[in-house]
Design a protein around this ligand. Structure first.
Ligand SMILES: Cc1ncc(COP(=O)(O)O)c(C=O)c1O
Length: 401
Protein backbone atom coordinates (compact mmCIF):
# COMPACT_ATOMS: atom_id res chain seq x y z
CA UNK A 1 0.00 0.00 0.00
CA UNK A 2 1.35 3.45 -0.87
CA UNK A 3 1.93 5.67 2.15
CA UNK A 4 1.60 9.43 2.19
CA UNK A 5 5.04 11.01 2.37
CA UNK A 6 5.50 13.15 5.52
CA UNK A 7 6.21 16.18 3.42
CA UNK A 8 4.30 16.08 0.15
CA UNK A 9 6.81 18.47 -1.43
CA UNK A 10 9.13 15.46 -1.63
CA UNK A 11 6.73 13.77 -4.07
CA UNK A 12 8.85 12.98 -7.06
CA UNK A 13 6.07 12.94 -9.64
CA UNK A 14 3.38 14.98 -11.32
CA UNK A 15 1.75 16.58 -8.32
CA UNK A 16 -1.75 15.15 -8.36
CA UNK A 17 -2.76 12.68 -5.71
CA UNK A 18 -5.55 11.54 -3.41
CA UNK A 19 -5.05 11.10 0.31
CA UNK A 20 -7.30 8.30 1.52
CA UNK A 21 -7.73 8.32 5.28
CA UNK A 22 -8.08 4.76 6.56
CA UNK A 23 -8.89 5.96 10.10
CA UNK A 24 -11.81 7.97 8.66
CA UNK A 25 -12.98 4.93 6.68
CA UNK A 26 -12.83 2.70 9.75
CA UNK A 27 -14.60 5.36 11.80
CA UNK A 28 -17.46 5.49 9.28
CA UNK A 29 -17.72 1.71 9.10
CA UNK A 30 -17.75 1.27 12.87
CA UNK A 31 -20.26 4.09 13.29
CA UNK A 32 -22.59 2.46 10.75
CA UNK A 33 -22.26 -0.96 12.37
CA UNK A 34 -23.09 0.42 15.82
CA UNK A 35 -25.92 2.55 14.43
CA UNK A 36 -27.69 -0.44 12.86
CA UNK A 37 -27.16 -2.53 15.98
CA UNK A 38 -28.77 -0.39 18.68
CA UNK A 39 -28.23 -1.67 22.23
CA UNK A 40 -31.94 -1.76 23.02
CA UNK A 41 -32.78 -4.04 20.10
CA UNK A 42 -32.93 -7.75 20.80
CA UNK A 43 -31.52 -9.84 17.94
CA UNK A 44 -30.01 -13.28 18.09
CA UNK A 45 -27.04 -12.22 15.97
CA UNK A 46 -25.78 -8.74 15.13
CA UNK A 47 -27.12 -7.22 11.95
CA UNK A 48 -24.51 -7.65 9.23
CA UNK A 49 -22.85 -5.01 7.08
CA UNK A 50 -22.14 -5.47 3.38
CA UNK A 51 -19.75 -2.72 2.35
CA UNK A 52 -20.25 -1.50 -1.19
CA UNK A 53 -16.80 -1.35 -2.77
CA UNK A 54 -17.76 -1.36 -6.44
CA UNK A 55 -16.35 1.24 -8.81
CA UNK A 56 -12.88 0.90 -7.28
CA UNK A 57 -14.49 1.52 -3.88
CA UNK A 58 -16.14 4.72 -5.12
CA UNK A 59 -12.76 5.80 -6.46
CA UNK A 60 -10.85 5.20 -3.23
CA UNK A 61 -9.04 2.03 -4.37
CA UNK A 62 -10.96 -1.27 -4.27
CA UNK A 63 -8.42 -3.73 -2.88
CA UNK A 64 -6.91 -1.36 -0.29
CA UNK A 65 -10.26 -0.17 1.03
CA UNK A 66 -11.73 -3.67 1.08
CA UNK A 67 -8.78 -5.11 2.95
CA UNK A 68 -8.96 -2.34 5.54
CA UNK A 69 -12.70 -2.98 6.00
CA UNK A 70 -12.24 -6.74 6.18
CA UNK A 71 -9.75 -6.25 8.99
CA UNK A 72 -12.29 -4.36 11.09
CA UNK A 73 -15.05 -6.90 10.55
CA UNK A 74 -17.09 -6.09 7.45
CA UNK A 75 -19.24 -9.19 6.88
CA UNK A 76 -19.74 -8.94 3.13
CA UNK A 77 -18.60 -6.87 0.18
CA UNK A 78 -20.55 -5.75 -2.88
CA UNK A 79 -18.99 -5.16 -6.30
CA UNK A 80 -20.61 -4.76 -9.65
CA UNK A 81 -19.07 -7.54 -11.73
CA UNK A 82 -16.93 -10.66 -11.77
CA UNK A 83 -13.78 -8.73 -12.72
CA UNK A 84 -14.07 -6.47 -9.67
CA UNK A 85 -14.68 -9.53 -7.49
CA UNK A 86 -11.67 -11.38 -8.86
CA UNK A 87 -9.45 -8.34 -8.25
CA UNK A 88 -10.47 -8.45 -4.58
CA UNK A 89 -9.87 -12.20 -4.32
CA UNK A 90 -6.42 -11.72 -5.89
CA UNK A 91 -5.70 -9.06 -3.27
CA UNK A 92 -6.42 -11.69 -0.62
CA UNK A 93 -9.98 -10.76 0.41
CA UNK A 94 -11.69 -13.82 1.93
CA UNK A 95 -15.09 -12.57 3.06
CA UNK A 96 -18.14 -13.22 0.85
CA UNK A 97 -18.40 -10.98 -2.21
CA UNK A 98 -21.75 -10.28 -3.84
CA UNK A 99 -21.78 -9.54 -7.58
CA UNK A 100 -24.50 -6.92 -7.64
CA UNK A 101 -25.11 -6.64 -11.39
CA UNK A 102 -24.81 -10.42 -11.80
CA UNK A 103 -22.99 -12.28 -14.55
CA UNK A 104 -23.31 -12.39 -18.31
CA UNK A 105 -23.55 -15.82 -19.97
CA UNK A 106 -20.08 -17.36 -20.08
CA UNK A 107 -18.87 -15.72 -16.88
CA UNK A 108 -20.42 -18.26 -14.48
CA UNK A 109 -17.39 -20.56 -14.41
CA UNK A 110 -14.96 -17.83 -13.32
CA UNK A 111 -17.48 -16.53 -10.84
CA UNK A 112 -17.63 -19.92 -9.14
CA UNK A 113 -13.89 -20.51 -9.38
CA UNK A 114 -13.31 -17.38 -7.33
CA UNK A 115 -16.05 -18.11 -4.85
CA UNK A 116 -18.10 -15.05 -5.76
CA UNK A 117 -21.82 -14.90 -4.98
CA UNK A 118 -24.06 -14.00 -7.89
CA UNK A 119 -27.17 -11.89 -7.68
CA UNK A 120 -29.91 -13.40 -9.84
CA UNK A 121 -32.12 -10.70 -11.30
CA UNK A 122 -33.78 -12.69 -14.13
CA UNK A 123 -35.33 -16.16 -13.82
CA UNK A 124 -33.38 -17.47 -16.84
CA UNK A 125 -30.10 -16.83 -15.02
CA UNK A 126 -30.96 -19.64 -12.59
CA UNK A 127 -30.56 -22.36 -15.20
CA UNK A 128 -27.28 -20.83 -16.41
CA UNK A 129 -25.90 -20.81 -12.88
CA UNK A 130 -27.29 -24.29 -12.21
CA UNK A 131 -25.42 -25.69 -15.23
CA UNK A 132 -22.14 -24.15 -14.04
CA UNK A 133 -22.76 -25.33 -10.47
CA UNK A 134 -23.56 -28.89 -11.62
CA UNK A 135 -20.27 -28.96 -13.55
CA UNK A 136 -18.39 -27.97 -10.43
CA UNK A 137 -20.22 -30.69 -8.46
CA UNK A 138 -19.87 -31.19 -4.72
CA UNK A 139 -21.18 -28.32 -2.62
CA UNK A 140 -24.33 -26.36 -3.40
CA UNK A 141 -23.66 -22.90 -4.82
CA UNK A 142 -25.27 -20.05 -2.93
CA UNK A 143 -26.73 -17.01 -4.69
CA UNK A 144 -28.90 -14.01 -3.80
CA UNK A 145 -32.18 -13.08 -5.46
CA UNK A 146 -32.94 -9.49 -6.38
CA UNK A 147 -36.56 -8.37 -6.33
CA UNK A 148 -37.59 -5.36 -8.37
CA UNK A 149 -39.82 -3.69 -5.83
CA UNK A 150 -40.48 -0.60 -7.94
CA UNK A 151 -37.25 0.93 -9.17
CA UNK A 152 -37.91 -0.67 -12.55
CA UNK A 153 -34.26 -1.38 -13.13
CA UNK A 154 -32.95 -4.82 -12.16
CA UNK A 155 -34.73 -7.67 -10.40
CA UNK A 156 -37.57 -10.14 -10.60
CA UNK A 157 -40.94 -8.45 -10.25
CA UNK A 158 -43.08 -9.84 -7.41
CA UNK A 159 -45.54 -11.44 -9.85
CA UNK A 160 -42.68 -13.66 -11.13
CA UNK A 161 -41.82 -15.07 -7.70
CA UNK A 162 -43.81 -18.28 -8.37
CA UNK A 163 -41.96 -18.80 -11.63
CA UNK A 164 -38.67 -18.28 -9.78
CA UNK A 165 -39.72 -20.84 -7.16
CA UNK A 166 -40.50 -23.44 -9.83
CA UNK A 167 -37.14 -22.86 -11.47
CA UNK A 168 -35.34 -23.05 -8.14
CA UNK A 169 -36.98 -26.39 -7.36
CA UNK A 170 -35.32 -27.77 -10.52
CA UNK A 171 -31.89 -26.39 -9.53
CA UNK A 172 -30.41 -29.12 -7.36
CA UNK A 173 -26.97 -27.52 -7.18
CA UNK A 174 -28.11 -24.10 -6.07
CA UNK A 175 -29.12 -22.66 -2.75
CA UNK A 176 -30.86 -19.34 -2.09
CA UNK A 177 -28.56 -17.49 0.32
CA UNK A 178 -30.29 -14.13 0.42
CA UNK A 179 -33.03 -11.92 -0.97
CA UNK A 180 -32.57 -8.23 -1.65
CA UNK A 181 -34.03 -5.17 -3.26
CA UNK A 182 -32.65 -1.73 -4.03
CA UNK A 183 -34.30 1.61 -3.29
CA UNK A 184 -34.62 4.34 -5.87
CA UNK A 185 -35.25 7.27 -3.52
CA UNK A 186 -34.56 6.31 0.09
CA UNK A 187 -33.26 9.81 0.89
CA UNK A 188 -36.51 11.45 -0.27
CA UNK A 189 -39.30 12.41 2.14
CA UNK A 190 -41.08 15.12 0.19
CA UNK A 191 -44.66 14.80 -1.02
CA UNK A 192 -43.64 13.59 -4.46
CA UNK A 193 -43.48 10.28 -6.36
CA UNK A 194 -39.92 9.83 -5.04
CA UNK A 195 -40.92 10.76 -1.50
CA UNK A 196 -43.63 8.07 -1.43
CA UNK A 197 -41.65 5.47 -3.34
CA UNK A 198 -39.64 3.81 -0.57
CA UNK A 199 -42.69 2.87 1.50
CA UNK A 200 -44.26 1.35 -1.59
CA UNK A 201 -41.06 -0.52 -2.39
CA UNK A 202 -40.90 -1.86 1.17
CA UNK A 203 -44.47 -3.14 0.92
CA UNK A 204 -43.89 -4.87 -2.41
CA UNK A 205 -40.62 -6.38 -1.22
CA UNK A 206 -42.02 -7.75 2.03
CA UNK A 207 -45.04 -9.07 0.09
CA UNK A 208 -42.71 -10.95 -2.27
CA UNK A 209 -40.83 -12.37 0.72
CA UNK A 210 -44.07 -13.58 2.25
CA UNK A 211 -44.94 -15.32 -0.99
CA UNK A 212 -41.53 -17.02 -1.10
CA UNK A 213 -42.01 -18.26 2.43
CA UNK A 214 -45.54 -19.44 1.62
CA UNK A 215 -43.99 -21.48 -1.18
CA UNK A 216 -41.72 -23.11 1.38
CA UNK A 217 -38.57 -21.21 0.43
CA UNK A 218 -36.16 -19.97 3.09
CA UNK A 219 -35.03 -16.53 1.85
CA UNK A 220 -31.73 -16.53 3.78
CA UNK A 221 -30.19 -13.12 4.48
CA UNK A 222 -32.65 -10.30 3.80
CA UNK A 223 -31.16 -6.96 2.79
CA UNK A 224 -32.54 -3.72 1.39
CA UNK A 225 -30.94 -0.63 2.87
CA UNK A 226 -28.52 1.64 1.00
CA UNK A 227 -27.06 4.77 2.64
CA UNK A 228 -30.24 6.85 2.66
CA UNK A 229 -32.29 4.01 4.15
CA UNK A 230 -29.62 3.12 6.71
CA UNK A 231 -29.62 6.63 8.12
CA UNK A 232 -33.34 7.36 7.95
CA UNK A 233 -35.40 4.15 7.79
CA UNK A 234 -34.65 1.59 10.51
CA UNK A 235 -37.57 -0.57 9.35
CA UNK A 236 -35.48 -1.46 6.27
CA UNK A 237 -32.39 -2.71 8.10
CA UNK A 238 -33.52 -6.39 8.06
CA UNK A 239 -30.58 -8.85 8.41
CA UNK A 240 -27.93 -6.82 6.63
CA UNK A 241 -27.38 -3.27 5.36
CA UNK A 242 -25.44 -2.14 2.28
CA UNK A 243 -23.72 1.21 2.87
CA UNK A 244 -22.05 2.92 -0.07
CA UNK A 245 -21.52 6.66 0.00
CA UNK A 246 -21.79 6.99 3.81
CA UNK A 247 -18.81 4.65 4.17
CA UNK A 248 -16.78 7.22 2.29
CA UNK A 249 -17.89 10.01 4.57
CA UNK A 250 -20.84 11.68 2.89
CA UNK A 251 -24.57 11.66 3.46
CA UNK A 252 -26.87 11.54 0.45
CA UNK A 253 -28.77 14.74 -0.36
CA UNK A 254 -31.86 14.31 1.81
CA UNK A 255 -35.00 15.85 0.44
CA UNK A 256 -36.54 18.16 1.54
CA UNK A 257 -33.48 20.21 2.49
CA UNK A 258 -35.05 21.09 5.87
CA UNK A 259 -34.54 17.43 6.84
CA UNK A 260 -30.80 17.46 6.11
CA UNK A 261 -29.45 18.70 9.41
CA UNK A 262 -31.67 16.32 11.40
CA UNK A 263 -30.61 13.25 9.42
CA UNK A 264 -26.95 14.20 9.18
CA UNK A 265 -26.83 14.58 12.96
CA UNK A 266 -27.90 10.94 13.42
CA UNK A 267 -24.66 9.57 12.03
CA UNK A 268 -21.39 11.53 12.22
CA UNK A 269 -19.22 10.80 9.20
CA UNK A 270 -15.68 11.72 8.21
CA UNK A 271 -14.70 12.38 4.58
CA UNK A 272 -12.22 9.70 3.51
CA UNK A 273 -10.68 11.09 0.33
CA UNK A 274 -8.97 14.41 -0.28
CA UNK A 275 -8.04 15.10 -3.88
CA UNK A 276 -5.00 17.33 -4.12
CA UNK A 277 -2.69 18.97 -6.58
CA UNK A 278 -0.16 21.81 -6.59
CA UNK A 279 0.40 25.13 -8.24
CA UNK A 280 2.87 24.69 -11.10
CA UNK A 281 2.73 28.20 -12.54
CA UNK A 282 1.71 31.70 -11.43
CA UNK A 283 1.12 34.73 -13.58
CA UNK A 284 -0.31 38.23 -13.39
CA UNK A 285 -3.04 38.69 -15.97
CA UNK A 286 -4.14 42.22 -16.88
CA UNK A 287 -7.78 43.25 -16.89
CA UNK A 288 -9.51 42.32 -20.14
CA UNK A 289 -7.19 39.43 -21.10
CA UNK A 290 -8.74 36.00 -21.67
CA UNK A 291 -7.70 33.01 -19.53
CA UNK A 292 -7.62 29.44 -20.88
CA UNK A 293 -9.51 27.73 -23.72
CA UNK A 294 -12.06 29.93 -25.42
CA UNK A 295 -11.19 32.86 -23.13
CA UNK A 296 -14.28 32.05 -21.12
CA UNK A 297 -12.83 34.00 -18.20
CA UNK A 298 -11.83 37.63 -18.69
CA UNK A 299 -10.83 39.36 -15.43
CA UNK A 300 -12.36 42.77 -14.74
CA UNK A 301 -9.20 43.81 -12.93
CA UNK A 302 -5.56 42.71 -12.96
CA UNK A 303 -5.54 39.26 -11.33
CA UNK A 304 -3.04 36.73 -10.03
CA UNK A 305 -3.79 33.43 -11.77
CA UNK A 306 -2.34 30.10 -10.63
CA UNK A 307 -2.19 26.96 -12.73
CA UNK A 308 -2.90 23.66 -10.98
CA UNK A 309 -1.36 20.42 -12.24
CA UNK A 310 -4.68 18.57 -12.49
CA UNK A 311 -7.63 18.66 -14.84
CA UNK A 312 -10.65 16.67 -15.91
CA UNK A 313 -8.34 13.81 -16.94
CA UNK A 314 -7.67 13.39 -13.24
CA UNK A 315 -11.19 13.87 -11.97
CA UNK A 316 -11.71 17.62 -11.66
CA UNK A 317 -15.18 17.79 -13.18
CA UNK A 318 -15.11 19.98 -16.30
CA UNK A 319 -18.42 21.47 -15.26
CA UNK A 320 -16.54 23.20 -12.41
CA UNK A 321 -15.19 25.56 -15.08
CA UNK A 322 -15.81 29.16 -13.97
CA UNK A 323 -17.96 28.02 -11.02
CA UNK A 324 -15.99 25.75 -8.67
CA UNK A 325 -13.55 26.59 -5.90
CA UNK A 326 -10.48 24.88 -4.48
CA UNK A 327 -9.01 25.11 -1.00
CA UNK A 328 -5.59 26.72 -0.80
CA UNK A 329 -3.90 28.16 2.31
CA UNK A 330 -7.28 27.99 4.04
CA UNK A 331 -8.95 30.13 1.36
CA UNK A 332 -11.49 28.97 -1.22
CA UNK A 333 -10.06 30.25 -4.51
CA UNK A 334 -12.35 30.34 -7.55
CA UNK A 335 -11.69 28.17 -10.59
CA UNK A 336 -11.45 30.47 -13.59
CA UNK A 337 -11.69 29.56 -17.25
CA UNK A 338 -12.33 26.11 -18.65
CA UNK A 339 -10.94 23.13 -16.74
CA UNK A 340 -8.53 21.47 -19.19
CA UNK A 341 -7.65 17.78 -19.29
CA UNK A 342 -4.38 18.25 -17.40
CA UNK A 343 -4.47 21.68 -15.78
CA UNK A 344 -6.90 24.04 -14.09
CA UNK A 345 -6.60 27.78 -13.46
CA UNK A 346 -7.61 29.48 -10.24
CA UNK A 347 -7.74 33.11 -9.19
CA UNK A 348 -5.43 33.49 -6.21
CA UNK A 349 -5.56 37.29 -5.98
CA UNK A 350 -7.10 36.94 -2.50
CA UNK A 351 -4.70 34.26 -1.25
CA UNK A 352 -1.92 35.84 0.81
CA UNK A 353 1.60 34.53 0.27
CA UNK A 354 0.62 32.15 -2.52
CA UNK A 355 3.58 30.40 -4.18
CA UNK A 356 4.42 27.85 -6.83
CA UNK A 357 4.34 24.46 -5.11
CA UNK A 358 1.43 25.30 -2.81
CA UNK A 359 -1.00 22.44 -2.32
CA UNK A 360 -4.59 22.88 -3.47
CA UNK A 361 -7.37 20.61 -2.24
CA UNK A 362 -9.99 20.04 -4.91
CA UNK A 363 -12.27 18.57 -2.25
CA UNK A 364 -11.76 16.93 1.11
CA UNK A 365 -9.98 18.26 4.16
CA UNK A 366 -6.79 20.24 4.67
CA UNK A 367 -5.84 20.48 8.32
CA UNK A 368 -8.59 22.42 10.08
CA UNK A 369 -10.18 23.42 6.78
CA UNK A 370 -12.61 21.44 4.72
CA UNK A 371 -14.16 21.60 1.28
CA UNK A 372 -16.67 18.74 1.29
CA UNK A 373 -17.19 16.78 -1.92
CA UNK A 374 -20.95 16.64 -1.35
CA UNK A 375 -21.18 20.44 -1.49
CA UNK A 376 -19.09 20.51 -4.65
CA UNK A 377 -21.36 17.80 -6.14
CA UNK A 378 -24.49 19.66 -5.14
CA UNK A 379 -23.21 22.85 -6.79
CA UNK A 380 -22.94 20.86 -10.03
CA UNK A 381 -26.33 19.19 -9.71
CA UNK A 382 -24.76 15.76 -9.33
CA UNK A 383 -24.18 13.24 -6.54
CA UNK A 384 -21.07 12.84 -4.42
CA UNK A 385 -20.41 9.32 -5.76
CA UNK A 386 -20.10 10.77 -9.26
CA UNK A 387 -17.25 13.05 -8.15
CA UNK A 388 -15.50 10.36 -6.12
CA UNK A 389 -15.68 7.76 -8.91
CA UNK A 390 -14.36 10.33 -11.38
CA UNK A 391 -10.88 10.33 -9.78
CA UNK A 392 -9.00 8.63 -12.58
CA UNK A 393 -6.51 5.77 -12.70
CA UNK A 394 -3.59 8.15 -13.22
CA UNK A 395 -4.08 9.69 -9.77
CA UNK A 396 -2.08 7.77 -7.15
CA UNK A 397 -3.90 7.10 -3.89
CA UNK A 398 -1.93 7.42 -0.67
CA UNK A 399 -3.38 5.47 2.24
CA UNK A 400 -2.94 7.54 5.36
CA UNK A 401 -2.93 5.31 8.45
C1 LIG B 1 -27.46 -2.80 -4.88
C2 LIG B 1 -26.81 -1.64 -4.21
N1 LIG B 1 -26.85 -1.55 -2.87
C3 LIG B 1 -26.29 -0.51 -2.22
C4 LIG B 1 -25.68 0.52 -2.90
C5 LIG B 1 -25.09 1.67 -2.13
O1 LIG B 1 -25.73 2.85 -2.45
P1 LIG B 1 -25.38 4.19 -1.63
O2 LIG B 1 -24.08 4.68 -2.15
O3 LIG B 1 -26.51 5.09 -1.91
O4 LIG B 1 -25.31 3.76 -0.21
C6 LIG B 1 -25.63 0.46 -4.30
C7 LIG B 1 -25.03 1.55 -5.05
O5 LIG B 1 -25.50 2.02 -6.02
C8 LIG B 1 -26.21 -0.64 -4.97
O6 LIG B 1 -26.19 -0.74 -6.30
Amino acid sequence: MARAPKNPTTLNMRPVWADVSLPALVHNFESIRSYVNPRNEKRRTPRQVLCIVKGNAYGHGGPEVTKALEKVGSDWFGVTCTEEGIALRKAGVRKPILILTSFVPGEEKRLLEHNLTAVIHRCEQLSQLETAAARRGKKKVSFHLKIDSGMNRLGIVPSRVDCFARQLAKSRHLQLGGVMTHFASSEAFSDTVAGRQTREQEERFFGALERLRALGIDPGIIHLANSGAIVTRPETWADMVRPGVILYGYHPGYDPVEKRAEFEKRLALKPVMSLRTRIISLRDVPAGAGVGYGSSFVPQQASRIAVLAAGYGDGIHRSLSNRGKVLIRGVLAPIVGIVSMDVTMIDVSAVPGVEIGDTATIYGTDGQFSHPANLVARSLGTVTSDLLCAVSARVPRFYVK
